[in-house]
Design a protein around this ligand. Structure first.
Ligand SMILES: Cc1ncc(C[n+]2csc(CCOP(=O)(O)OP(=O)(O)O)c2C)c(N)n1
Ligand SMILES: [Mg+2]
Length: 655
């Protein structure tokens, strides 16, 4: 028997109360009944033997591993403990699965996510009960918000101890209810094989997400003859949704009527493997494309029709194209140029970091919203034409329809307007007065502005040296935004970043997971000093497991993004945002180079511009993990910037 998460319980959690549960595994009808009459059971058994493979008698832990192997799992990021060591013993007997030992379960969960984001296949992490399981929670929340397929396996105390406050007992099933797509507490060894099959299916289909499988120790130790199903039966779970032709023809009609259409594309395009179809659609329609940060790489950013990414720190021209350009005249806001009259929102969720004040977002445009997850429709922004569909299907069919009846529209005036916007406010940076007057200049540059390294320069140079082909992971903060702005992404699954949750500490472990999934690729974590320190222990995993992921730290000795908000909204008053040693402010603290060396990871620090190129090249040439610590001024702000909850009229950008 398994415990199934009920819709009522899921909706009981705070903000979700008023809207339907997210995803497609929902409600009491979503799963076969847990109690069946004897006859039903017999008939099911007979039917299932054709669709299943029966194995020899084995222990639960070995069944789990055999089931993982059948799902094609080649790597698991797993940290052992009392309630999961049985599972680790079984993993030592596997010839197909590589077990990577992270140095913290959070690192393991992020690595599994990095693996999933880079490869498109579910990432797998494992931890023991109690503290091991709770250390996975941030990674699961991250996977939930960014729709990443993740299977998290946890050991649990033996069944007879559950509810007794046993040593290292935590109700991880209950704890993770609001941040998983589905959860299982396995109470019968005979269920393990089926549950693993279902867990991978649920995690990877429809809108992907995290699934937790909690297995009590006694279940791991029980023996039975496993039945490995070949198929999954989940009545009520229908991830295969397809738009009908009527709706798709309506979209074409809207395009034909539009003068200023914009495509606003998100992570759904990448998850739905729809990039190629998107490119064809754009070329056939000539509609400019902006993406969310999750959607970066879904459309080549080097393409003339790319507007790069939009939102709080997106390009000015993407934000103008969607919502229009405005000028402030005293208290009045004057419209300078109109934004989109048609917004094709494909695989997006109208996240507040994108929309700002949501009712002003694309205020005058007709909105078409396609998403695989019905619960996203009309959640944040009402759509004029809502369509629940697999995005690749919808785009493929749209392309077929357009091929049969090519569009007549050219949108010439709109393209000219966008070209003018691009010329007016490209992404740019310069050595500002603030930089020149900063402590950084006094302490480290000897007042010589020509040697100062701005963070944007580092990423621009990295882009040049890697020919734009590397996989980039990030921490969270200013460096994350600059990594998005100054590297141009040509392919899906190239920028792996904690977008929805914004979890510092994500970058380096995610880089390890991505490097395991794509060993032939250059994988670089562009990180902040604060973020990197949060999972610095993973340098050990990198060295011991020989995972050559690189770490490039933009070290401003501060929690830079919070500093930026302090500067803008709190008169620069520092509320615990300095990370250096207040008694030795000239010293760079902590010493990441010495730290990396203690893990046997080669490392170097760069302070002056003249040394940057060669250092980055050494990092790229290294066949083992490598760390470069680049010291940058903390005074730099990420621009453009639309303050939270505000509108495009409030956008600050460099003119
Ligand atoms: C786990 C976690 N704690 C706190 C925050 C809030 N936060 C967002 S950005 C930021 C600063 C990050 O500093 P750093 O990693 O050095 O990057 P920088 O902004 O300096 O580039 C903080 C504290 C967060 N996003 N995640
Ligand atoms: Mg910092």
């Amino acid at each position: 028997m398994i415990r199934i998460k009920r819709k009522s319980k899921m909706n009981g959690s705070g903000a979700n109360r008023s809207r339907p549960a997210r995803g497609h595994v929902r409600g009491p009808d979503r799963h076969p009944p847990t109690r069946m009459s004897k006859t039903t059971v017999e008939t099911k058994k007979a039917a299932s033997s054709e669709r299943a493979e029966v194995g020899p008698t084995m222990q639960g832990s070995d069944i789990l591993v055999a089931a993982l192997e059948r799902e094609g799992v080649d790597t698991i990021f797993a940290y052992p403990g009392g309630a999961s060591m049985e599972l680790h013993q079984a993993l030592t007997r596997s010839k197909r699965i590589r077990t990577v030992l992270p140095r913290h379960e959070q690192g393991g969960a992020f690595a599994a996510e990095g693996y999933a984001r880079a490869s498109g296949r579910a990432g797998v992490c494992m931890a023991t009960s109690g503290p091991g399981a709770t250390n996975l929670v941030t990674g699961m929340a991250d996977a939930y918000l960014d729709s990443i397929p993740l299977v998290a396996i946890t050991g649990q105390v033996p069944q007879h101890m559950i509810g007794k406050g046993a040593f290292q007992e935590t109700d991880i099933f209950g704890l993770t209810l609001p941040i998983v797509k589905h959860s299982y507490l396995v109470t019968d060894v005979n269920d393990i094989a089926r549950i693993v099959k279902e867990a991978f299916y649920i995690a990877q289909t429809g809108r992907p997400g995290p699934v937790i499988v909690d297995i009590p120790k006694n279940v791991q130790q029980q023996r039975t003859q496993p039945v490995f199903p070949r198929e999954v039966h989940l009545p009520g779970y229908d991830p295969d949704r397809k738009a009908d032709d009527v709706a798709l023809n309506e979209i074409i009609g809207l395009i034909e009527k539009a003068e200023r259409p914009v495509l606003y594309c998100g992570g759904g395009i990448i998850t739905g493997n729809a990039s190629e179809e998107l490119r064809k659609f754009v070329e056939a329609t000539q509609i400019p494309v902006t993406t969310t940060i999750m959607g970066v790489g879904a459309f080549p950013e080097t393409h003339p029709l790319s507007l790069r990414w939009l939102g709080m720190h997106g390009t000015a021209y993407a934000n103008w194209a969607v919502s229009g350009e405005f000028r402030k005249e005293g208290d009045k806001t004057v419209k300078v140029a109109a934004g989109a009259d048609l917004l094709l929102a494909f695989g997006v969720r109208f996240d507040d970091r994108v929309t700002g004040k949501v009712d002003k977002f694309c205020e005058t445009g007709t909105i078409v919203h396609i998403d695989i997850d019905a619960s996203e429709i009309n959640k944040n922004k009402p759509a004029n034409l809502p369509i629940v569909s697999d995005i690749r299907y919808a785009l493929t069919r749209l392309n077929e329809l357009i091929r049969k009846r090519p569009l007549q529209k050219k949108f010439t005036a709109w393209h000219q307007q966008i070209a003018a916007w691009k010329a007016k406010a490209p992404l740019r940076y310069r050595v500002t007065e603030e930089v020149l007057k900063s402590q950084h200049m006094l302490d480290h540059m000897g007042g010589d502005a020509s040697e100062v390294i701005l963070p944007q320069m580092v990423i621009e140079l990295l882009y040049e040296l890697t020919q734009g082909d590397a996989i980039i992971t990030t921490g969270v903060g200013q460096h994350q935004m600059w990594a998005g702005q100054w590297y141009q992404y040509k392919h899906p699954r190239q920028l792996l970043t904690s977008a929805g949750l914004g979890a510092m500490g994500y970058g380096y472990p995610a880089a390890l997971g991505a490097k395991v999934a794509c060993p032939e690729k250059q994988v670089i974590d562009v990180d902040g000093d604060g973020s990197f320190l949060m999972n610095v222990q993973e340098l050990a995993t990198a060295h011991i497991e020989k995972i050559a992921a690189k770490a490039l730290i933009l070290n401003n000795q501060h929690l830079g993004m919070v500093v930026q908000w302090e500067d803008r909204f709190y008169k620069g008053n520092r509320g615990h945002t300095y990370l250096g040693d207040p008694e030795k402010m000239k010293q760079i603290y902590p010493d990441f180079v010495a730290m990396a060396k203690s893990f046997n990871v080669p490392a170097e620090r760069v302070m002056f511009k003249k040394d940057l190129r060669a250092a980055l090249q050494r990092m790229l040439d290294s066949e083992e993990p490598y760390l470069v610590d680049v010291i940058t001024p903390y005074t730099e702000h990420v621009l453009p910037f639309i303050p939270a909850g505000r509108t495009v009229a409030d956008m600050i950008y460099q003119e």
